[in-house]
Each structure stands twice: as structure tokens, then as C-alpha cells.
Design a protein around this ligand. Sequence first.
Ligand SMILES: Cc1cc2nc3c(=O)[nH]c(=O)nc-3n(C[C@H](O)[C@H](O)[C@H](O)COP(=O)(O)O)c2cc1C
Length: 216
Amino acid sequence: MKTPSGNTSGAGSQGNHTTVLHIDSSARGSDSITRTLGRYLVDQLAQPVVHRDLAAQPLPRISAEDLIGVHGSSADSRDSLAKQLALSDALIDELRAASTLVLGAPMYNFGIPAVLKQWIDAVCRAGVSFRYTERGPQGLLGVERAFLIVSSGGTAIGGEADFASRYLLHICRFLGIDSVHVIDASGSKRAPGEVIARGEQQIDKVLAAPGQVQVA
Ligand SMILES: Cc1cc2nc3c(=O)[nH]c(=O)nc-3n(C[C@H](O)[C@H](O)[C@H](O)COP(=O)(O)O)c2cc1C
């Protein structure tokens, strides 16, 4: 089931909500803190994993017209749009099949990597992954919990310049994921080993008390 270098191994067709969807987005390889902590977390979860590496295998470029078409689930039949819609559907199916989402998100210029933003643009679709109701947006996916592993060189996670974890928290809630744990992996510029050790402690703590919701 686990596909370390890239894309889905077909868990979407199982529909049993027991898989972990693990998304990586760091431009770094083996030195990456989010990759290291993500691997640690999915090993602890010991569930079937679908791994998507958005840095190693970025989503294909989308044109301005197709971005608008995907956002509105356009019925236009042009080829490029059909391909982008099929990709969006497949990415949403990956989420639907997962009970747990693990997002590795390095902070880039106080926000998230562009490759991760492109994935978010592909999976947030009105009428498909969420719907608007009189009481606001309602998620349609059924993902039970998310772990946001957010690293930074020095910017404090949860501080006023952290637009990464706050944004990802908002997206998770928007998609109906109520239990969201932020793993603070800040400070990699000074002491990466300590950041990893601190991240592993946070993961252990959350897994020991699974009902707890941690908000940065
Ligand atoms: C393009 C780029 C932008 C970055 N912007 C910030 C930033 O705004 N604040 C910060 O503290 N660190 C910043 N960093 C440092 C990374 O967040 C840090 O190296 C982090 O550990 C990267 O995650 P990774 O170890 O999983 O690759 C930036 C790094 C890169 C490559």
C-alpha cells in the first residue's frame, strides 16, 4: 500500500476510511524535518499509507481558464479541463478514502510551499469536497483527523507571522476535519536534531491521548 516515491496506490477504491494520506511538500530531501517527522508519525500510526510527494512529483501546471473551470466544476468538454477535473477528482478520492491526513508543511516566506497550495486548490471544490449551507461551509469528505507538521527556520509556529499553520488549520476545518493537531517543528536553523526530538515528543503525546484537539 505504501508508495514512498510518489502517488496513490489505489486506496481510494477501497472506501473503508482506514488509510492514512501522507502528503509531503518540502523541497529538501533526507535533511527535511517535515519528511522525517511525517515518516515517524505514519510509522507510529501503523495503518495503510498512501504517500503523495508534491515536491518530487508536482501536480501538472494548470492554466488560468482551467483553474476557474475546476473551481466551478465546469461542464465544458475541452481536453485540458477534463484532465484537470479528473486529477482533482482523484485527489479528492484519496482524501475521501483516508481517516487520517498527515500534512508535512515547511514554512516558506511565512506561508506554505506553492506545490501544497496547488494541491489545496485542486481538492477544495464546492459540491464535491464541501458545500455551502445556511450555517456556513460544510465538509463532505469524512476525514476524521489531521496532523499538520509545520517546520520553520525560526519563525514561531502559532505566532503572528505564522500564516502557514493558521491557514492549514482553516482549510482542514473548511473541509470538515474537526480534530486537527499542529506539530510545531520550528527552529531548524539553530538545532535541527532538537526540533525533530521535540516533534517526536509532541506526536507521542497526541497519540497517547487521541481525543485531544490541539490548536496552534
Ligand atoms: C523558500 C524558503 C522560504 C523560507 N521561509 C521561511 C520563513 O518565512 N520563516 C522561517 O522561519 N523559515 C523559512 N524558511 C526555512 C524553512 O522553513 C526551514 O528550513 C524548514 O526546516 C524547512 O522544512 P523542511 O526541513 O521540512 O525542509 C524558508 C526556506 C525556504 C527554502
